[in-house]
Write a protein that binds this ligand. Structure first.
Ligand SMILES: Cc1ncc(C[n+]2csc(CCOP(=O)(O)OP(=O)(O)O)c2C)c(N)n1
Length: 322
């Protein structure tokens, strides 16, 4: 193997490890939710991992990330430690927010992760605010707003896009188009399901990409971030993807068409990169060893989180501005 090929396969192995961390983290979350160590509503991003893995590395240290309730993978990609995230989901005092945020509301600004949000579309105006603040504090901050296709019909998202464009603010509006909004397909709620076309009405660039192709995500988000940072204003990226699990853990998915996920399971990012590795000559033992290593790391983090003290109920009013 020549040197450049070795580099390529090492890069692909690194990609595979990054994708696997998100996937296995959420598989463990699902187990813990079903066993009862995690309570409440939990939304998984299984199948959508190429978006955080491809996007976060193109951002800089002053940038800011705002996501939805489907945000575990985004936080992990930002570098939030897995043990503190498991502990948060389990309501432990050692959680990243002391067990107060849970699955849908945690934040970790020290990692540029300004938080999840369960209100559909609410992160978009927050991102615009962070970008606007950057024009005052002298950083060249780019703010990333991540939301679903359903959120494209929220008034707050419209206001955010309009204001960001009017002011030329560096905001990346990333729509994770997974076709479903809970149990309703996007084609039943809009006349034209090519959502990227709406960018034109706001006077900003917009494009549709394959959100399950890690290389395409990385390139498109890198170009968008560069353009926004250089004064090009906000950018809309519609990333086509599929959530290959229910809307929440426990969703019986009665709304799926028979066989709907067959193609999606073949083209989801973990399967794709795994196939690419095998095609490039990586042997199965190397892949299996990597999978085992990532699983052991995350299972260790989950069991340490489980052993930690639960959050103290008498501290519930801390951090409240009353
Ligand atoms: C303002 C608001 N309206 C409705 C809901 C209920 N709700 C929760 S998730 C969801 C679907 C959103 O779909 P989409 O934006 O496509 O994101 P996805 O869940 O597919 O990632 C809805 C309607 C909510 N949480 N907030």
């Amino acid at each position: 193997m020549v040197k450049s090929e070795r580099w390529m396969s090492q890069d692909k192995l690194d990609d595979f490890r990054s994708l696997l961390r998100l996937r296995i983290f959420e598989e463990i979350v699902r187990e813990q939710r079903l066993e009862g160590s995690i309570v409440g509503s939990v939304h998984l991003g299984i199948g959508q991992e190429a978006l955080p893995v491809g996007t976060i590395p193109v951002l800089g240290p002053d940038d800011a990330v705002f996501v939805t309730y489907r945000g575990h993978g985004w936080a992990l990609a930002c570098g939030v430690p897995a043990e503190a995230m498991f502990a948060e989901l389990m309501g432990r005092a050692t959680g990243i927010n002391g067990g107060r945020g849970g699955s849908a509301y945690f934040s970790a600004p020290a990692y540029r992760f300004y938080g999840e949000n369960s209100i559909v579309g609410a992160g978009a105006p927050h991102a615009v605010g962070a970008a606007l603040a950057g024009t005052y504090d002298g950083t060249d901050r780019v703010a990333l707003a991540v939301f679903g296709d359903g959120a494209m019909n929220q008034g707050a998202v419209h206001e955010a896009m309009n204001f960001a464009s009017a002011r030329g603010l560096p905001v990346l509006f990333l729509c994770e188009n997974n076709y479903w909004s809970e149990m309703t397909p996007i084609v039943e709620t809009v006349k034209d399901a090519e959502l990227h076309k709406r960018a034109r009405a706001y006077g900003m660039p917009g494009r549709r990409i394959d959100g399950n192709d890690l290389t395409e995500v990385r390139e498109a988000m890198g170009e968008a971030a560069t353009a926004a940072r250089a004064g090009g204003g906000p950018q809309l990226i519609e990333a086509m993807t599929a959530r290959i699990v229910g809307h929440y853990i426990g969703d019986v998915e009665h709304y799926r068409r028979p066989g709907e996920l067959d193609a999606a399971r073949e083209s989801e990012p973990v399967v794709r990169v795994r196939k690419a590795l095998l095609a490039a000559g990586t042997d199965l033992d190397t892949i299996s060893a990597l999978e085992a290593e990532v699983r052991a790391e995350l299972e260790g983090a989950a069991s340490r989180a489980l052993e930690a003290k639960p959050a103290d109920p008498t501290s519930a009013r801390e951090h409240l501005y009353v």
